[in-house]
Design a protein around this ligand. Structure first.
Ligand SMILES: N[C@@H](CCC(=O)N[C@@H](CS)C(=O)NCC(=O)O)C(=O)O
Length: 306
């Protein structure tokens, strides 16, 4: 029986995407609550420095980024599918828009409008994560005002996507696109209900969000971070699949450095053990957990030989 361990925290919208995927597939999982701000001393031994949330652990295999986490869940538990063959490509394109163009304005608008609900130190931590100076309350207020219109011009597009009566964003079946748009809109609820009136007028969006919310999170059982580290220590990484490399890629066995190409760019170093169209995996030794394999998506991550 595969033991899925999700390292996450409650108000993380990307975690909500994975929690819902686990629910959609009807899975049982162990829940490790991690700190929302750095440092994350019991996560770093697993990831080697990647600090973003969430992270999926299966024994001594550690999956970073929800793009790969959802693909890995699909590989291990193919039914029900989140990647139906006729919709998967368009669903991933919509996901890219939702997570790169829709979510950032929502995040800045919602965070700025809910400053009184933010955990202490969160904004400073996020500025450091993005290599930016800490924002003053006035800077945050201006960002809120700049981003509210960018949210408002995009909400009608989502309503329009559903306007032909389709049940799901990409068509006849639920896909990753539903989870991607949903988790961006869910952020409206993550701090306080203060901004819910922004989405209230959109009937189709609200009906569709209720359907996704009803999916739930599957069967979660709490686990301590110490126990999760112990599980990694006692396990060995699974053997890599058949690789698919290009001539230009670093050779398997090379020492490499991987980091996100957008934000939270803390580097992770190790020996390249797998590459294909969608995934990069490295093997690293850690004094607390021994040998672990850390997996990243190929797109969105910078891979260089050391
Ligand atoms: N592309 C990443 C983005 C993940 C992301 O930005 N997560 C947020 C939380 S929702 C984060 O890492 N915030 C900083 C932190 O948790 O330390 C993914 O799909 O997993």
């Amino acid at each position: 029986m595969t033991k899925l361990i999700l390292h996450h925290y409650d108000f993380s919208n990307y975690s909500e995407k994975v929690r819902l995927a686990l629910g959609f597939k009807g899975l049982a999982w162990r829940s490790v609550v991690i700190p929302p701000i750095a440092p994350k001393p019991d996560l770093t031994p697993l990831t080697g420095g990647y600090r973003r949330t969430p992270v999926l652990q299966v024994g001594a295999d550690v999956y970073c980024d929800t793009t790969l986490i959802l693909r890995e869940l699909e590989r291990r538990f193919p039914t029900p599918t989140l990647f139906p063959v006729d919709l998967a490509a368009i669903a991933e394109a919509i996901t890219y828009w939702a997570e790169n163009r829709l979510f950032r304005p929502i995040s800045l608008y919602v965070s700025g409008a809910n400053l009184d609900f933010l955990p202490a130190g969160l904004q400073v931590d996020r500025s450091i994560m993005r290599g930016l100076p800490s924002p003053s309350p006035e800077t945050m207020q201006r960002a809120t005002e700049r981003n509210a219109p960018l949210v408002r011009v995009q909400l009608p597009r989502i309503e329009a996507m559903l306007s032909d009566g389709r049940p799901w964003i990409a068509g006849h079946a639920m896909t990753v696109a539903d989870l991607a748009i949903y988790h961006a809109l869910w952020f409206f609820t993550a701090r306080s209900p203060r901004l819910l009136p922004e989405i209230a007028p959109f009937e189709r969006i609200n009906a569709w969000m209720s359907c996704i919310c009803a999916i739930g999170h599957g069967e979660a059982t709490p686990l301590s971070s110490a126990h999760a580290l112990g599980i990694a220590t006692d396990a060995v990484p699974k053997a890599p699949r058949e690789p698919m490399c290009f001539d230009e890629d670093p050779g398997l066995g090379t020492m490499v450095r991987i980091r996100a190409d957008d934000y939270g760019r803390d580097p992770v170093e190790g020996k390249l053990i797998f590459l294909d169209a969608g995934e990069i995996a490295i093997s690293r030794e850690d004094p607390r957990v021994g040998t672990v394999a850390v997996h990243f998506p190929r797109l969105g991550y910078d891979l260089r030989p050391l």
